[in-house]
Design a protein around this ligand. Structure first.
Ligand SMILES: Nc1ncnc2c1ncn2[C@@H]1O[C@H](COP(=O)(O)OP(=O)(O)OP(=O)(O)O)[C@@H](O)[C@H]1O
Length: 603
Protein backbone atom coordinates (compact mmCIF):
# COMPACT_ATOMS: atom_id res chain seq x y z
CA UNK A 1 0.00 0.00 0.00
CA UNK A 2 2.93 2.32 0.84
CA UNK A 3 4.13 1.86 -2.73
CA UNK A 4 0.74 2.82 -4.14
CA UNK A 5 0.69 6.00 -2.04
CA UNK A 6 4.19 6.79 -3.24
CA UNK A 7 3.03 6.60 -6.85
CA UNK A 8 -0.19 8.53 -6.09
CA UNK A 9 2.05 11.28 -4.69
CA UNK A 10 4.08 11.18 -7.89
CA UNK A 11 0.91 11.18 -10.01
CA UNK A 12 -0.33 14.18 -8.06
CA UNK A 13 3.01 15.94 -8.55
CA UNK A 14 2.93 15.22 -12.27
CA UNK A 15 -0.73 15.94 -13.09
CA UNK A 16 -1.37 18.74 -10.53
CA UNK A 17 -4.62 20.58 -11.19
CA UNK A 18 -5.50 18.24 -14.08
CA UNK A 19 -6.03 15.40 -11.62
CA UNK A 20 -8.56 17.52 -9.69
CA UNK A 21 -10.19 18.69 -12.91
CA UNK A 22 -10.53 15.04 -13.85
CA UNK A 23 -12.25 14.31 -10.53
CA UNK A 24 -14.50 17.35 -10.91
CA UNK A 25 -15.56 16.11 -14.34
CA UNK A 26 -16.33 12.68 -12.88
CA UNK A 27 -18.42 14.35 -10.18
CA UNK A 28 -20.41 16.39 -12.72
CA UNK A 29 -20.88 13.36 -14.97
CA UNK A 30 -22.13 11.28 -12.03
CA UNK A 31 -24.51 14.07 -11.01
CA UNK A 32 -25.87 14.37 -14.55
CA UNK A 33 -26.30 10.62 -14.72
CA UNK A 34 -28.26 10.74 -11.45
CA UNK A 35 -30.44 13.57 -12.74
CA UNK A 36 -30.94 11.64 -16.00
CA UNK A 37 -32.37 8.78 -13.95
CA UNK A 38 -34.65 11.15 -12.07
CA UNK A 39 -35.98 12.49 -15.38
CA UNK A 40 -37.55 9.11 -16.08
CA UNK A 41 -40.15 9.65 -13.33
CA UNK A 42 -41.86 12.73 -14.84
CA UNK A 43 -41.87 10.82 -18.12
CA UNK A 44 -43.57 7.89 -16.44
CA UNK A 45 -46.02 10.35 -14.93
CA UNK A 46 -46.88 11.74 -18.35
CA UNK A 47 -47.36 8.30 -19.80
CA UNK A 48 -49.64 7.61 -16.85
CA UNK A 49 -47.65 4.79 -15.27
CA UNK A 50 -47.31 6.78 -12.05
CA UNK A 51 -49.72 9.41 -10.81
CA UNK A 52 -48.71 13.01 -11.58
CA UNK A 53 -49.83 14.18 -8.13
CA UNK A 54 -47.60 11.71 -6.33
CA UNK A 55 -44.50 13.07 -8.10
CA UNK A 56 -44.51 16.19 -5.97
CA UNK A 57 -43.70 14.00 -2.98
CA UNK A 58 -40.35 12.96 -4.46
CA UNK A 59 -37.61 15.33 -3.17
CA UNK A 60 -35.63 16.19 -6.30
CA UNK A 61 -38.63 16.14 -8.62
CA UNK A 62 -40.52 18.64 -6.47
CA UNK A 63 -37.43 20.92 -6.41
CA UNK A 64 -37.15 20.63 -10.19
CA UNK A 65 -40.83 21.43 -10.57
CA UNK A 66 -40.36 24.57 -8.49
CA UNK A 67 -37.43 25.70 -10.64
CA UNK A 68 -39.35 25.02 -13.83
CA UNK A 69 -42.40 26.87 -12.44
CA UNK A 70 -40.12 29.83 -11.69
CA UNK A 71 -39.08 29.86 -15.37
CA UNK A 72 -42.80 29.80 -16.24
CA UNK A 73 -42.29 26.61 -18.27
CA UNK A 74 -44.93 24.09 -18.81
CA UNK A 75 -43.94 20.53 -17.89
CA UNK A 76 -44.89 19.09 -21.26
CA UNK A 77 -43.70 15.87 -22.89
CA UNK A 78 -41.53 17.89 -25.32
CA UNK A 79 -39.89 20.00 -22.60
CA UNK A 80 -39.14 16.95 -20.41
CA UNK A 81 -37.79 15.00 -23.38
CA UNK A 82 -35.75 18.05 -24.49
CA UNK A 83 -34.27 18.42 -21.02
CA UNK A 84 -33.54 14.70 -20.92
CA UNK A 85 -31.65 14.90 -24.23
CA UNK A 86 -29.68 17.96 -23.05
CA UNK A 87 -28.71 16.30 -19.75
CA UNK A 88 -27.80 12.88 -21.13
CA UNK A 89 -26.12 14.43 -24.22
CA UNK A 90 -24.15 16.81 -21.99
CA UNK A 91 -23.12 13.89 -19.85
CA UNK A 92 -21.89 11.98 -22.93
CA UNK A 93 -19.90 15.02 -24.09
CA UNK A 94 -18.30 15.50 -20.70
CA UNK A 95 -17.54 11.77 -20.52
CA UNK A 96 -15.59 12.07 -23.75
CA UNK A 97 -13.58 15.03 -22.42
CA UNK A 98 -12.94 13.18 -19.17
CA UNK A 99 -11.80 10.01 -20.98
CA UNK A 100 -9.34 12.06 -23.05
CA UNK A 101 -8.03 13.91 -20.00
CA UNK A 102 -7.72 10.62 -18.13
CA UNK A 103 -5.73 9.11 -21.02
CA UNK A 104 -3.43 12.13 -21.22
CA UNK A 105 -2.76 12.09 -17.47
CA UNK A 106 -2.07 8.36 -17.49
CA UNK A 107 0.18 8.28 -20.56
CA UNK A 108 2.06 11.43 -19.52
CA UNK A 109 2.63 9.97 -16.07
CA UNK A 110 3.91 6.66 -17.44
CA UNK A 111 6.20 8.47 -19.90
CA UNK A 112 7.67 10.50 -17.03
CA UNK A 113 8.08 7.39 -14.92
CA UNK A 114 9.72 5.50 -17.79
CA UNK A 115 12.05 8.41 -18.45
CA UNK A 116 12.97 8.81 -14.76
CA UNK A 117 13.69 5.09 -14.41
CA UNK A 118 15.83 5.02 -17.56
CA UNK A 119 17.65 8.21 -16.60
CA UNK A 120 18.34 6.80 -13.13
CA UNK A 121 19.66 3.56 -14.61
CA UNK A 122 21.89 5.15 -17.20
CA UNK A 123 23.43 7.46 -14.59
CA UNK A 124 24.01 4.73 -12.02
CA UNK A 125 27.54 3.68 -11.13
CA UNK A 126 29.20 0.83 -12.99
CA UNK A 127 29.30 -1.10 -9.71
CA UNK A 128 25.50 -1.00 -9.60
CA UNK A 129 25.42 -3.00 -12.85
CA UNK A 130 28.08 -5.42 -11.67
CA UNK A 131 25.76 -6.57 -8.89
CA UNK A 132 22.68 -7.15 -11.03
CA UNK A 133 21.42 -9.13 -14.01
CA UNK A 134 20.70 -7.03 -17.09
CA UNK A 135 17.55 -9.08 -17.68
CA UNK A 136 16.13 -7.55 -14.47
CA UNK A 137 16.33 -4.12 -16.10
CA UNK A 138 14.60 -5.43 -19.24
CA UNK A 139 11.94 -6.91 -17.01
CA UNK A 140 11.35 -3.68 -15.13
CA UNK A 141 11.50 -1.42 -18.19
CA UNK A 142 8.97 -3.52 -20.12
CA UNK A 143 6.81 -5.86 -18.05
CA UNK A 144 6.76 -4.05 -14.70
CA UNK A 145 6.28 -0.59 -16.21
CA UNK A 146 3.39 -2.05 -18.19
CA UNK A 147 1.84 -3.36 -14.98
CA UNK A 148 2.30 0.02 -13.27
CA UNK A 149 0.57 1.57 -16.28
CA UNK A 150 -2.33 -0.82 -15.84
CA UNK A 151 -2.35 -0.30 -12.07
CA UNK A 152 -2.49 3.48 -12.43
CA UNK A 153 -5.31 3.11 -14.96
CA UNK A 154 -7.19 0.91 -12.50
CA UNK A 155 -6.57 3.40 -9.74
CA UNK A 156 -8.03 6.25 -11.83
CA UNK A 157 -10.98 4.01 -12.70
CA UNK A 158 -11.49 3.27 -9.03
CA UNK A 159 -11.55 6.98 -8.18
CA UNK A 160 -14.17 7.43 -10.88
CA UNK A 161 -16.26 4.48 -9.65
CA UNK A 162 -15.90 5.65 -6.07
CA UNK A 163 -17.06 9.21 -6.83
CA UNK A 164 -19.93 7.86 -8.90
CA UNK A 165 -20.95 5.60 -6.02
CA UNK A 166 -20.81 8.43 -3.48
CA UNK A 167 -22.96 10.71 -5.66
CA UNK A 168 -25.52 8.03 -6.43
CA UNK A 169 -25.73 6.99 -2.79
CA UNK A 170 -26.21 10.63 -1.77
CA UNK A 171 -29.10 10.93 -4.25
CA UNK A 172 -30.58 7.68 -3.03
CA UNK A 173 -30.32 8.88 0.58
CA UNK A 174 -32.15 12.03 -0.34
CA UNK A 175 -34.90 9.93 -1.78
CA UNK A 176 -35.21 7.32 0.97
CA UNK A 177 -32.72 7.20 3.82
CA UNK A 178 -34.08 3.96 5.24
CA UNK A 179 -33.95 2.00 2.00
CA UNK A 180 -30.53 3.38 1.09
CA UNK A 181 -29.14 2.51 4.54
CA UNK A 182 -30.40 -1.05 4.02
CA UNK A 183 -28.63 -1.36 0.68
CA UNK A 184 -25.46 0.22 2.04
CA UNK A 185 -25.34 -2.13 4.96
CA UNK A 186 -25.56 -5.07 2.57
CA UNK A 187 -22.88 -3.52 0.30
CA UNK A 188 -20.58 -2.86 3.27
CA UNK A 189 -20.75 -6.46 4.45
CA UNK A 190 -19.94 -7.61 0.91
CA UNK A 191 -16.86 -5.36 0.85
CA UNK A 192 -15.66 -6.86 4.13
CA UNK A 193 -16.23 -10.33 2.75
CA UNK A 194 -14.36 -9.40 -0.45
CA UNK A 195 -11.16 -8.55 1.43
CA UNK A 196 -10.10 -12.19 1.39
CA UNK A 197 -10.13 -12.12 -2.44
CA UNK A 198 -8.01 -8.97 -2.44
CA UNK A 199 -5.45 -10.65 -0.16
CA UNK A 200 -5.32 -13.73 -2.39
CA UNK A 201 -4.83 -11.55 -5.48
CA UNK A 202 -1.85 -9.91 -3.82
CA UNK A 203 -0.15 -13.26 -3.29
CA UNK A 204 -0.81 -14.26 -6.90
CA UNK A 205 0.55 -10.87 -8.06
CA UNK A 206 3.81 -11.56 -6.23
CA UNK A 207 4.10 -14.91 -7.98
CA UNK A 208 3.47 -13.16 -11.32
CA UNK A 209 6.42 -10.83 -10.69
CA UNK A 210 8.76 -13.66 -9.70
CA UNK A 211 7.76 -15.76 -12.70
CA UNK A 212 8.06 -12.99 -15.26
CA UNK A 213 11.46 -12.01 -13.87
CA UNK A 214 12.57 -15.59 -14.26
CA UNK A 215 11.14 -15.64 -17.77
CA UNK A 216 12.99 -12.50 -18.87
CA UNK A 217 16.29 -13.72 -17.40
CA UNK A 218 15.97 -17.13 -19.06
CA UNK A 219 15.00 -15.76 -22.46
CA UNK A 220 17.91 -13.34 -22.48
CA UNK A 221 20.43 -15.96 -21.41
CA UNK A 222 19.19 -18.50 -23.93
CA UNK A 223 19.33 -16.16 -26.89
CA UNK A 224 22.71 -14.78 -25.85
CA UNK A 225 23.97 -18.33 -25.78
CA UNK A 226 22.08 -19.60 -28.82
CA UNK A 227 25.32 -20.59 -30.58
CA UNK A 228 26.34 -22.71 -27.59
CA UNK A 229 22.87 -24.24 -27.46
CA UNK A 230 22.93 -25.20 -31.13
CA UNK A 231 26.48 -26.43 -31.34
CA UNK A 232 26.24 -28.50 -28.14
CA UNK A 233 22.70 -29.69 -28.93
CA UNK A 234 21.25 -28.26 -25.74
CA UNK A 235 17.85 -27.56 -27.33
CA UNK A 236 15.90 -30.31 -25.45
CA UNK A 237 16.92 -29.11 -21.98
CA UNK A 238 16.08 -25.50 -22.88
CA UNK A 239 12.74 -26.49 -24.37
CA UNK A 240 12.03 -28.41 -21.19
CA UNK A 241 12.84 -25.36 -19.06
CA UNK A 242 10.65 -23.15 -21.23
CA UNK A 243 7.78 -25.59 -21.19
CA UNK A 244 7.91 -25.91 -17.41
CA UNK A 245 8.02 -22.14 -16.88
CA UNK A 246 5.23 -21.50 -19.40
CA UNK A 247 3.04 -23.96 -17.52
CA UNK A 248 3.72 -22.22 -14.22
CA UNK A 249 2.86 -18.88 -15.84
CA UNK A 250 -0.33 -20.37 -17.23
CA UNK A 251 -1.26 -21.71 -13.78
CA UNK A 252 -0.54 -18.32 -12.26
CA UNK A 253 -2.91 -16.57 -14.69
CA UNK A 254 -5.58 -19.24 -14.20
CA UNK A 255 -5.27 -18.91 -10.44
CA UNK A 256 -5.80 -15.17 -10.69
CA UNK A 257 -8.73 -15.72 -13.06
CA UNK A 258 -10.25 -18.17 -10.57
CA UNK A 259 -10.05 -15.67 -7.70
CA UNK A 260 -11.60 -12.95 -9.83
CA UNK A 261 -14.32 -15.20 -11.23
CA UNK A 262 -15.21 -16.52 -7.76
CA UNK A 263 -15.46 -13.06 -6.22
CA UNK A 264 -17.60 -11.86 -9.15
CA UNK A 265 -19.87 -14.92 -8.81
CA UNK A 266 -20.36 -14.31 -5.09
CA UNK A 267 -21.01 -10.63 -5.65
CA UNK A 268 -23.56 -11.32 -8.38
CA UNK A 269 -25.39 -13.99 -6.41
CA UNK A 270 -25.40 -11.76 -3.36
CA UNK A 271 -26.76 -8.91 -5.49
CA UNK A 272 -29.73 -10.96 -6.67
CA UNK A 273 -30.56 -12.10 -3.14
CA UNK A 274 -30.13 -8.56 -1.84
CA UNK A 275 -32.30 -7.00 -4.52
CA UNK A 276 -35.05 -9.56 -3.92
CA UNK A 277 -34.89 -8.98 -0.15
CA UNK A 278 -34.73 -5.26 -0.68
CA UNK A 279 -37.81 -5.13 -2.90
CA UNK A 280 -39.68 -7.37 -0.47
CA UNK A 281 -38.76 -5.15 2.50
CA UNK A 282 -39.62 -1.99 0.56
CA UNK A 283 -43.07 -3.20 -0.51
CA UNK A 284 -44.17 -5.39 2.37
CA UNK A 285 -42.52 -3.82 5.38
CA UNK A 286 -41.76 -0.18 4.56
CA UNK A 287 -44.77 0.27 2.21
CA UNK A 288 -42.64 2.46 -0.09
CA UNK A 289 -44.63 4.35 -2.76
CA UNK A 290 -44.11 2.75 -6.22
CA UNK A 291 -42.53 5.87 -7.85
CA UNK A 292 -39.87 6.04 -5.11
CA UNK A 293 -39.25 2.33 -5.36
CA UNK A 294 -38.84 2.62 -9.14
CA UNK A 295 -36.26 5.37 -8.69
CA UNK A 296 -34.29 3.58 -5.99
CA UNK A 297 -34.24 0.34 -7.98
CA UNK A 298 -33.09 2.33 -11.03
CA UNK A 299 -30.32 4.04 -9.09
CA UNK A 300 -29.04 0.88 -7.47
CA UNK A 301 -29.30 -1.18 -10.63
CA UNK A 302 -26.85 1.29 -12.23
CA UNK A 303 -24.78 1.61 -9.12
CA UNK A 304 -24.36 -2.07 -8.39
CA UNK A 305 -22.23 -3.00 -11.45
CA UNK A 306 -19.85 -0.15 -10.57
CA UNK A 307 -19.79 -1.28 -7.00
CA UNK A 308 -18.88 -4.80 -8.13
CA UNK A 309 -16.35 -3.17 -10.48
CA UNK A 310 -14.61 -1.54 -7.52
CA UNK A 311 -14.06 -4.96 -5.99
CA UNK A 312 -12.73 -6.38 -9.25
CA UNK A 313 -10.48 -3.34 -9.76
CA UNK A 314 -9.19 -3.62 -6.20
CA UNK A 315 -8.19 -7.25 -6.82
CA UNK A 316 -6.44 -6.34 -10.05
CA UNK A 317 -4.78 -3.33 -8.48
CA UNK A 318 -3.25 -5.24 -5.57
CA UNK A 319 -2.01 -7.90 -7.96
CA UNK A 320 0.03 -5.10 -9.59
CA UNK A 321 1.51 -3.91 -6.27
CA UNK A 322 4.73 -5.96 -6.67
CA UNK A 323 5.42 -4.04 -9.90
CA UNK A 324 4.92 -0.72 -8.09
CA UNK A 325 7.31 -1.95 -5.40
CA UNK A 326 9.92 -3.14 -7.93
CA UNK A 327 10.01 0.23 -9.72
CA UNK A 328 10.08 2.18 -6.48
CA UNK A 329 12.92 -0.02 -5.20
CA UNK A 330 14.87 0.40 -8.42
CA UNK A 331 14.39 4.17 -8.37
CA UNK A 332 15.68 4.34 -4.81
CA UNK A 333 18.64 2.00 -5.59
CA UNK A 334 19.76 3.97 -8.63
CA UNK A 335 19.40 7.19 -6.67
CA UNK A 336 21.74 5.99 -3.93
CA UNK A 337 24.10 4.50 -6.53
CA UNK A 338 24.01 7.54 -8.80
CA UNK A 339 27.36 8.44 -10.30
CA UNK A 340 28.38 11.66 -8.71
CA UNK A 341 29.47 13.16 -12.03
CA UNK A 342 25.85 13.25 -13.22
CA UNK A 343 24.82 16.22 -11.15
CA UNK A 344 23.05 19.43 -12.13
CA UNK A 345 26.41 21.23 -12.43
CA UNK A 346 27.96 18.53 -14.61
CA UNK A 347 25.32 18.26 -17.32
CA UNK A 348 27.44 20.01 -19.95
CA UNK A 349 30.39 18.70 -21.94
CA UNK A 350 33.42 17.80 -19.83
CA UNK A 351 36.38 20.17 -19.80
CA UNK A 352 39.42 18.89 -21.74
CA UNK A 353 41.83 16.93 -19.58
CA UNK A 354 45.18 18.63 -19.11
CA UNK A 355 47.41 15.97 -17.61
CA UNK A 356 51.09 16.74 -17.04
CA UNK A 357 52.41 13.85 -14.98
CA UNK A 358 49.96 10.99 -15.22
CA UNK A 359 47.64 8.73 -13.26
CA UNK A 360 48.72 7.24 -9.99
CA UNK A 361 47.29 4.51 -7.79
CA UNK A 362 48.37 4.83 -4.19
CA UNK A 363 47.94 1.84 -1.84
CA UNK A 364 44.70 0.76 -3.51
CA UNK A 365 42.55 -2.12 -2.27
CA UNK A 366 39.37 -3.17 -4.07
CA UNK A 367 36.76 -5.87 -3.38
CA UNK A 368 33.70 -6.65 -5.50
CA UNK A 369 31.89 -7.89 -2.44
CA UNK A 370 32.78 -6.07 0.76
CA UNK A 371 31.25 -8.84 2.87
CA UNK A 372 33.86 -11.36 1.65
CA UNK A 373 37.60 -11.30 2.38
CA UNK A 374 38.37 -11.70 -1.35
CA UNK A 375 40.33 -8.82 -2.87
CA UNK A 376 40.48 -8.18 -6.60
CA UNK A 377 43.22 -5.58 -6.00
CA UNK A 378 45.55 -5.43 -3.03
CA UNK A 379 47.99 -2.63 -2.07
CA UNK A 380 48.33 -1.50 -5.66
CA UNK A 381 50.87 1.28 -6.29
CA UNK A 382 51.34 2.16 -9.95
CA UNK A 383 52.11 5.23 -12.01
CA UNK A 384 50.83 5.61 -15.58
CA UNK A 385 53.02 8.27 -17.20
CA UNK A 386 51.38 10.82 -19.49
CA UNK A 387 51.69 10.30 -23.26
CA UNK A 388 53.40 6.94 -22.85
CA UNK A 389 52.21 3.41 -23.56
CA UNK A 390 51.62 1.25 -20.48
CA UNK A 391 50.81 -2.44 -20.78
CA UNK A 392 49.09 -4.44 -18.04
CA UNK A 393 49.74 -8.18 -18.15
CA UNK A 394 49.06 -11.18 -15.95
CA UNK A 395 47.24 -14.47 -15.85
CA UNK A 396 43.47 -14.60 -16.21
CA UNK A 397 41.75 -13.33 -13.05
CA UNK A 398 44.87 -11.51 -11.81
CA UNK A 399 43.03 -8.16 -11.68
CA UNK A 400 43.94 -6.44 -14.97
CA UNK A 401 40.42 -5.34 -15.96
CA UNK A 402 39.67 -4.27 -12.39
CA UNK A 403 42.76 -2.05 -12.40
CA UNK A 404 41.70 -0.63 -15.76
CA UNK A 405 38.21 0.16 -14.42
CA UNK A 406 39.82 1.90 -11.48
CA UNK A 407 42.06 3.99 -13.73
CA UNK A 408 39.03 5.04 -15.79
CA UNK A 409 37.17 6.04 -12.61
CA UNK A 410 34.45 3.44 -13.20
CA UNK A 411 35.00 2.04 -9.72
CA UNK A 412 36.34 3.73 -6.59
CA UNK A 413 38.97 2.13 -4.33
CA UNK A 414 37.92 0.73 -0.99
CA UNK A 415 41.20 1.97 0.46
CA UNK A 416 43.87 4.26 -1.04
CA UNK A 417 43.54 6.81 -3.83
CA UNK A 418 43.64 7.17 -7.59
CA UNK A 419 45.15 10.53 -8.47
CA UNK A 420 45.60 12.54 -11.65
CA UNK A 421 48.53 14.92 -11.35
CA UNK A 422 48.19 14.54 -7.59
CA UNK A 423 44.43 15.34 -7.48
CA UNK A 424 42.12 12.59 -6.20
CA UNK A 425 39.62 11.08 -8.61
CA UNK A 426 37.07 11.33 -5.84
CA UNK A 427 36.84 14.95 -6.96
CA UNK A 428 33.69 15.02 -9.12
CA UNK A 429 34.68 17.54 -11.78
CA UNK A 430 37.96 15.72 -12.36
CA UNK A 431 36.12 12.42 -12.73
CA UNK A 432 33.77 14.03 -15.26
CA UNK A 433 36.77 15.42 -17.15
CA UNK A 434 38.57 12.07 -17.09
CA UNK A 435 35.53 10.22 -18.48
CA UNK A 436 35.29 12.75 -21.29
CA UNK A 437 38.96 12.18 -22.13
CA UNK A 438 38.94 8.37 -22.33
CA UNK A 439 38.57 6.35 -25.53
CA UNK A 440 37.81 2.76 -24.55
CA UNK A 441 37.93 -0.39 -26.66
CA UNK A 442 36.66 -3.44 -24.73
CA UNK A 443 37.39 -7.12 -25.25
CA UNK A 444 33.89 -7.74 -26.61
CA UNK A 445 33.25 -4.57 -28.59
CA UNK A 446 29.71 -3.31 -28.79
CA UNK A 447 28.14 -1.82 -31.93
CA UNK A 448 24.60 -0.51 -32.23
CA UNK A 449 22.18 -1.76 -34.87
CA UNK A 450 22.82 1.32 -37.00
CA UNK A 451 24.96 2.24 -40.01
CA UNK A 452 28.74 2.31 -39.66
CA UNK A 453 28.53 6.09 -40.05
CA UNK A 454 26.04 6.42 -37.16
CA UNK A 455 28.09 4.10 -34.99
CA UNK A 456 31.18 6.21 -35.53
CA UNK A 457 29.46 9.58 -35.25
CA UNK A 458 28.04 8.63 -31.87
CA UNK A 459 31.22 9.91 -30.23
CA UNK A 460 31.78 12.85 -32.58
CA UNK A 461 28.54 14.04 -34.23
CA UNK A 462 30.34 16.81 -36.12
CA UNK A 463 32.92 14.53 -37.78
CA UNK A 464 33.20 14.82 -41.57
CA UNK A 465 33.37 11.78 -43.88
CA UNK A 466 37.05 12.52 -44.36
CA UNK A 467 37.65 12.24 -40.61
CA UNK A 468 35.62 9.03 -40.48
CA UNK A 469 37.78 7.44 -43.21
CA UNK A 470 40.92 8.67 -41.49
CA UNK A 471 39.89 6.92 -38.27
CA UNK A 472 38.90 3.77 -40.18
CA UNK A 473 42.22 3.68 -42.01
CA UNK A 474 44.05 4.19 -38.74
CA UNK A 475 42.38 1.11 -37.26
CA UNK A 476 42.99 -0.94 -40.42
CA UNK A 477 39.21 -1.01 -41.07
CA UNK A 478 39.18 1.32 -44.11
CA UNK A 479 39.83 -1.46 -46.64
CA UNK A 480 37.04 -3.77 -45.55
CA UNK A 481 34.51 -0.92 -45.20
CA UNK A 482 35.36 0.20 -48.76
CA UNK A 483 34.49 -3.29 -50.04
CA UNK A 484 30.98 -3.10 -48.53
CA UNK A 485 28.42 -2.07 -51.21
CA UNK A 486 26.95 0.67 -49.02
CA UNK A 487 30.26 1.68 -47.46
CA UNK A 488 29.72 3.93 -44.43
CA UNK A 489 25.96 3.52 -44.79
CA UNK A 490 26.06 -0.24 -44.24
CA UNK A 491 23.80 -1.14 -41.35
CA UNK A 492 25.53 -3.55 -39.02
CA UNK A 493 23.44 -6.18 -37.31
CA UNK A 494 22.39 -6.58 -33.73
CA UNK A 495 25.58 -6.17 -31.68
CA UNK A 496 27.42 -6.14 -35.02
CA UNK A 497 27.04 -9.90 -35.49
CA UNK A 498 27.16 -9.66 -39.23
CA UNK A 499 30.81 -8.62 -38.89
CA UNK A 500 33.65 -10.85 -37.80
CA UNK A 501 35.12 -10.38 -34.31
CA UNK A 502 38.22 -8.72 -35.78
CA UNK A 503 36.17 -6.36 -37.96
CA UNK A 504 34.13 -5.32 -34.95
CA UNK A 505 37.27 -4.66 -32.94
CA UNK A 506 38.68 -2.47 -35.71
CA UNK A 507 35.46 -0.45 -36.02
CA UNK A 508 35.31 0.14 -32.28
CA UNK A 509 38.96 1.17 -32.30
CA UNK A 510 38.15 3.66 -35.09
CA UNK A 511 35.30 4.99 -32.97
CA UNK A 512 37.60 5.43 -29.97
CA UNK A 513 40.20 7.23 -32.09
CA UNK A 514 37.58 9.54 -33.59
CA UNK A 515 36.87 10.87 -30.12
CA UNK A 516 40.48 12.16 -30.10
CA UNK A 517 40.96 10.91 -26.57
CA UNK A 518 43.77 11.99 -24.25
CA UNK A 519 43.78 8.47 -22.81
CA UNK A 520 43.27 5.45 -25.06
CA UNK A 521 42.36 2.27 -23.20
CA UNK A 522 42.52 -1.05 -25.00
CA UNK A 523 41.30 -4.11 -23.11
CA UNK A 524 42.43 -7.10 -25.17
CA UNK A 525 41.32 -4.98 -28.10
CA UNK A 526 43.34 -6.78 -30.76
CA UNK A 527 42.77 -10.34 -29.53
CA UNK A 528 40.48 -11.23 -32.45
CA UNK A 529 42.81 -9.87 -35.16
CA UNK A 530 45.01 -11.88 -37.49
CA UNK A 531 48.73 -11.15 -37.24
CA UNK A 532 48.71 -8.96 -40.37
CA UNK A 533 45.99 -6.63 -39.05
CA UNK A 534 47.42 -6.74 -35.57
CA UNK A 535 50.75 -5.55 -36.95
CA UNK A 536 48.99 -2.69 -38.78
CA UNK A 537 47.36 -1.58 -35.53
CA UNK A 538 50.62 -1.93 -33.62
CA UNK A 539 52.28 0.38 -36.16
CA UNK A 540 49.40 2.87 -35.85
CA UNK A 541 49.60 2.82 -32.05
CA UNK A 542 53.35 3.39 -32.29
CA UNK A 543 52.60 6.56 -34.26
CA UNK A 544 50.27 7.71 -31.49
CA UNK A 545 52.93 7.30 -28.85
CA UNK A 546 53.89 10.66 -27.44
CA UNK A 547 50.54 12.22 -28.41
CA UNK A 548 48.26 10.39 -25.99
CA UNK A 549 48.42 8.14 -22.93
CA UNK A 550 47.83 4.55 -24.00
CA UNK A 551 46.94 1.77 -21.57
CA UNK A 552 46.77 -1.74 -23.00
CA UNK A 553 45.77 -5.08 -21.53
CA UNK A 554 47.31 -7.87 -23.55
CA UNK A 555 47.56 -11.60 -23.27
CA UNK A 556 49.76 -11.95 -26.36
CA UNK A 557 52.98 -10.47 -24.99
CA UNK A 558 54.43 -10.05 -28.49
CA UNK A 559 51.98 -7.15 -28.97
CA UNK A 560 53.43 -5.04 -26.17
CA UNK A 561 57.09 -5.08 -27.18
CA UNK A 562 56.95 -1.33 -27.82
CA UNK A 563 55.33 -0.44 -24.51
CA UNK A 564 57.20 2.12 -22.43
CA UNK A 565 56.17 0.41 -19.24
CA UNK A 566 54.81 -3.02 -18.29
CA UNK A 567 52.78 -3.67 -15.11
CA UNK A 568 52.66 -7.34 -14.14
CA UNK A 569 49.79 -8.54 -11.95
CA UNK A 570 49.26 -11.69 -9.94
CA UNK A 571 46.29 -12.45 -7.69
CA UNK A 572 45.41 -8.78 -7.31
CA UNK A 573 48.96 -7.62 -6.52
CA UNK A 574 51.30 -5.69 -8.80
CA UNK A 575 54.32 -7.98 -8.71
CA UNK A 576 56.55 -6.28 -11.29
CA UNK A 577 56.70 -2.93 -13.00
CA UNK A 578 59.29 -1.71 -15.53
CA UNK A 579 60.40 -1.65 -19.17
CA UNK A 580 59.69 -4.63 -21.46
CA UNK A 581 63.38 -5.41 -21.97
CA UNK A 582 64.27 -5.08 -18.32
CA UNK A 583 61.44 -7.40 -17.20
CA UNK A 584 62.05 -9.98 -19.90
CA UNK A 585 65.64 -10.39 -18.74
CA UNK A 586 64.52 -11.45 -15.26
CA UNK A 587 63.78 -15.08 -16.06
CA UNK A 588 62.68 -15.91 -12.50
CA UNK A 589 60.12 -13.07 -12.40
CA UNK A 590 56.44 -13.56 -13.26
CA UNK A 591 56.84 -11.70 -16.56
CA UNK A 592 59.83 -13.81 -17.57
CA UNK A 593 57.84 -16.96 -16.81
CA UNK A 594 54.82 -15.71 -18.75
CA UNK A 595 57.09 -14.97 -21.70
CA UNK A 596 58.70 -18.39 -21.54
CA UNK A 597 55.30 -20.09 -21.34
CA UNK A 598 54.11 -18.22 -24.45
CA UNK A 599 57.30 -18.96 -26.37
CA UNK A 600 56.92 -22.69 -25.56
CA UNK A 601 53.30 -22.64 -26.77
CA UNK A 602 54.29 -20.87 -29.99
CA UNK A 603 56.94 -23.51 -30.80
N1 LIG B 1 31.72 -8.46 -11.37
C1 LIG B 1 32.49 -9.19 -10.55
N2 LIG B 1 31.99 -9.64 -9.39
C2 LIG B 1 32.74 -10.37 -8.54
N3 LIG B 1 34.02 -10.68 -8.77
C3 LIG B 1 34.59 -10.26 -9.90
C4 LIG B 1 33.86 -9.48 -10.85
N4 LIG B 1 34.67 -9.20 -11.88
C5 LIG B 1 35.85 -9.78 -11.61
N5 LIG B 1 35.81 -10.40 -10.41
C6 LIG B 1 36.89 -11.14 -9.75
O1 LIG B 1 37.99 -10.25 -9.56
C7 LIG B 1 39.21 -10.87 -9.87
C8 LIG B 1 39.94 -10.05 -10.95
O2 LIG B 1 39.18 -10.08 -12.13
P1 LIG B 1 39.59 -9.29 -13.43
O3 LIG B 1 38.46 -9.37 -14.42
O4 LIG B 1 40.08 -7.96 -13.06
O5 LIG B 1 40.81 -10.20 -13.94
P2 LIG B 1 41.56 -10.13 -15.33
O6 LIG B 1 43.00 -10.23 -15.01
O7 LIG B 1 41.12 -8.94 -16.12
O8 LIG B 1 41.04 -11.47 -16.01
P3 LIG B 1 40.90 -11.80 -17.59
O9 LIG B 1 42.26 -11.74 -18.17
O10 LIG B 1 40.37 -13.21 -17.56
O11 LIG B 1 39.95 -10.82 -18.16
C9 LIG B 1 38.88 -12.27 -10.33
O12 LIG B 1 39.10 -13.14 -9.25
C10 LIG B 1 37.43 -12.24 -10.66
O13 LIG B 1 36.79 -13.44 -10.36
Amino acid sequence: MKDLFYFIGKLNGFAGYRLYLNMLLILVISLLEGIGIYMIIPLLGMIGIVEQASLSGIPLISSMEKIIDGWSWELSLQSVLGLYVVIVGGQALLSRCQALLNGRILQGFIRTLRMQTYEGLIHAKWEFFLRRRTSDFHHIMSSELGRVNQGTFLFLQMISAFLFTVIQIALAFWLSPVLSALVLLAGGSLVLFGRRFVRKSKVVGEQTTALSRHYFAGIQEHFNGIKDIKSNQLEPSHLNWFNHLSRRMEENFIQYGKINAMSQLIYRLASVVLIAGFVYAAIEILKTPPEQLVLIVLIFSRLWPRFIGIQSHAEQLVSQFPAFRAIRQLQSDVESDRERIHTEENTGKALPLRMNQGIQCREVDYRYDSSLPVYALRSVNVHIPVNRMTAIVGKSGSGKSTLMDLLMGLIQPERGEVLIDGVSLREETLLHTLRGAVGYVPQDPFLFHESIRDNLKMVSPEASDEELWEALDFSAAGDFVRTLPLGLDTVIGDRGVRLSGGERQRLVLARAILKKPSILVLDEATSALDSENEQLIQDALDQLKGTMTIIVIAHRLSTIRHADQVIVMEQGYVVQQGGYKQLSQDHQGTFGQLLQAQTRTAL
